[in-house]
Design a protein around this ligand. Structure first.
Ligand SMILES: Cc1cc2nc3c(=O)[nH]c(=O)nc-3n(C[C@H](O)[C@H](O)[C@H](O)COP(=O)(O)O)c2cc1C
Ligand SMILES: CC(C)CC(=O)C(=O)O
Length: 372
């Protein structure tokens, strides 16, 4: 158990005085600046937990680098005024195509943790996918942000009764979809964590969704998870199921046969199997396999509005951001997350305008070129 404590407990609170960190985050002009602000405030072991990837971090780097190899080809003279950024996903409207990906342990980044993230997501009019490994219970996240549209991310556990109990909690808290993570039959080997000896949460922080009576269960990354368990989840809940962590087009096709409501193309931010492709490179084949049958989402490496446009043009219906939200949270709590989501929103709006698009639906694969 690591005894390192976060240095984020002071100076980046949620009061009215932004303080030095608040001022710096208010001045930040780009998502990547938030990573620098967050790094300066976080315990180094915690920064490395959030930032790191598996193995040589080839996939971690590839996620961002692959966007850099794609160019946008704008259209001109379309008279497209005031782009509409809204998207409809699983029957719900989101004001922007940028969702909050599920990430664990938000209270390591800021004392308000997932409560702050949910409030910022609600203010941005977007969907927050609450991690099963959240450090605030899903009921308390929902209570902190009654207007937030929440989806719940599930690591199905080998104990079916416990898995079902967690699903019931998510339903009762008002979550409107279940995001089942499929890329984690084991935990990726993350050498930054091993070097830092980061093996557990500091005293006082727990995975609150894993409470079971008087104890908190350890989270299980379960190699036994199979398509049959997806069928089990469909039997026990009416919530739409989003399958997260799909990279192979055959799996995408198979998921359609299992009644998934949406797919999330993800490599877990490069934290699971290293050397898998960048998600933006995997997207076109998956989009072709799905062929519009269900919405396709993507996460991994999105740092700019132009990255969002490239993903939407190549077949995603929406994207999600993981680390950018953590950096905003660590830098300045709810305000920092709001600023990160706001910057991305404004960048998407400007890029759509500059591409001659009246809405995200005007993007198509012909507007993206590979440059090398
Ligand atoms: C610190 C951290 C914790 C994460 N925790 C979870 C998790 O609990 N469940 C999950 O399905 N994915 C988790 N992920 C993966 C994210 O949902 C997402 O796939 C990834 O962060 C996207 O890449 P990005 O960080 O480049 O945006 C985590 C990622 C990070 C960086
Ligand atoms: C607690 C972990 C299992 C959360 C996770 O998915 C991650 O760190 O990538």
């Amino acid at each position: 158990m690591t005894t390192a404590t976060s240095r984020t407990g002071s100076g980046n609170g949620t009061g009215t005085d932004p303080g030095p960190a608040g001022e710096a985050s208010g001045r930040a002009l780009a998502v990547r600046e938030f990573e620098r602000l967050a790094r300066a405030r976080l315990d180094p072991a915690h920064y490395d937990y959030f930032a790191g990837g598996a193995g040589d971090e080839v996939t971690l780097r590839a996620n961002e680098a692959a966007f850099g190899r794609l160019a946008l080809l704008p259209r001109v003279l379309r008279g497209a005024a005031g782009p509409d950024l809204g998207v409809t996903l699983l029957g719900r409207r989101a004001a922007t195509p940028v969702l909050v990906a599920p990430t664990a342990f938000h209270r390591l980044a800021h004392p308000d943790g997932e409560r702050a993230t949910a409030r910022a997501a609600a203010a941005a009019g977007t969907i927050m996918i609450v991690s099963m490994a959240a450090t605030v219970a899903v009921e308390d996240v929902a209570a902190a942000a009654p207007d937030a549209e929440l989806w719940f991310q599930l690591y199905a556990q080998s104990d079916a009764a416990f898995t079902e109990a967690v699903v019931r909690r998510a339903e009762a808290a008002g979550c409107s979809a279940l995001v089942v993570t499929a890329d984690s039959p084991a935990r990726g080997r993350r050498e930054r964590e091993l070097r830092r000896g980061f093996t557990d949460l500091p005293d006082g922080l727990r995975c609150e969704n894993l409470r079971d009576g008087g104890r908190v269960r350890p989270i299980e990354m379960w190699p036994g998870l199979s398509w049959e368990h997806l069928a089990f989840l469909r039997r026990i809940t009416a919530l739409p199921i989003v399958l997260k962590g799909v990279l192979h087009p055959d799996d995408a096709r198979r998921a359609l046969g299992h009644g998934v409501a949406a797919l999330l193309v993800s490599n877990h931010g490069g934290r699971q199997l290293d050397s898998v492709p960048a998600t933006i490179d995997a997207l076109p084949e998956i989009a072709a396999a799905v062929d519009g049958a269900v919405p396709v989402l993507l996460d991994g490496g999105i740092r700019r509005g132009t990255d969002v446009l490239k993903a939407l043009a190549l077949g995603a219906d929406a994207v999600a951001v993981g680390r950018p939200v953590i950096w905003g949270l660590a830098a300045d709590g709810e305000r920092g997350v709001a600023r990160v989501l706001g910057l991305l929103r404004d960048e998407v709006e400007q890029a759509l305008t500059l591409c001659g698009c009246a809405s995200v639906r005007d993007l198509d694969p012909g507007m993206v070129r590979r440059t090398c």
